[in-house]
Ligand binder design. Structure first.
Ligand SMILES: Nc1ncnc2c1ncn2[C@@H]1O[C@H](COP(=O)(O)OP(=O)(O)OP(=O)(O)O)[C@@H](O)[C@H]1O
Length: 202
């Protein structure tokens, strides 16, 4: 189980997260919403251990979040094109943290032929799937999906979620779905929290 206890964070004296508390249990799909700038991506970075809070703590199975990489909590970023090295091939990107998992590659319809291509040689939907596969590792127990289908058309978005959610459920992986799309959150999530106007504990 992942939990955040009264997590607070400021950037240059400006408070972004104010005593945010939440829990995520294995296999759960939790929705996270709030207006632009509310701190959703910042919270994702804190939960995945890439950003340390000023106050409060993040616990994994009741202990401090492990510092090793890859850890149990992965944050799939909002803009995959900004999060990958454009000089790397898709094959290298996919193999960077762990050997690619054939089941994940097949479920996300990632073609072997893409291995020699660079990120700029994929469509937005293809790159979104590669970005997802990159964080969908055997060690991942909580996958934070940060607006991962916001740039896709409705059909491509639906295909991605239809591939991702059964795979995560099958592996007992929890998902945190960050999205401005209320219908999507309703369809996917068993529980939701909102970072507006004040953090709501779950
Ligand atoms: N490294 C940083 N340094 C300074 N300010 C930052 C930094 N990262 C984020 N912020 C600020 O923190 C606030 C929250 O940003 P964040 O990206 O978490 O919002 P968000 O809720 O995910 O927004 P959106 O829905 O637009 O993606 C914003 O005002 C942003 O400018």
């Amino acid at each position: 189980m992942l939990s955040a206890e009264a997590v607070s964070l400021s950037f240059a004296g400006r408070s972004v997260l104010r005593e945010v508390s939440l829990t995520v249990t294995p296999g759960e799909v939790l929705g996270l919403s709030g207006p632009s700038g509310a701190g959703k991506s910042t919270l994702a970075r804190v939960l995945s251990g890439t950003l340390a809070p000023d106050a409060g703590r993040v616990l994994w199975q009741g202990s401090a979040l492990p510092r090793h990489h890859p850890g149990p909590v992965a944050h799939v970023p909002q803009s995959p094109e900004l999060a990958v090295d454009p000089r790397w091939t898709v094959g290298r990107i996919l193999a960077n943290a762990a050997p690619p998992d054939p089941e994940v590659l097949a479920a996300l319809a990632i073609r072997p032929a893409w291995a020699e291509r660079h990120p700029a040689e994929l469509s937005g939907g293809e790159l979104a799937r590669v970005s997802l596969a990159r964080f969908f590792l055997p060690t991942t127990r909580v996958l934070i999906c940060d607006e991962i289908t916001a740039q896709l058309d409705a059909l491509a978005a639906q295909a991605l979620w239809q591939a991702l959610t059964p795979l995560a459920r099958h592996r007992g992986m929890a998902l945190i779905v960050i999205s401005h799309d209320a219908a999507l959150r309703r369809a996917l999530c068993s529980r939701q929290i909102t970072l507006d106007p004040r953090p709501v504990a779950a």
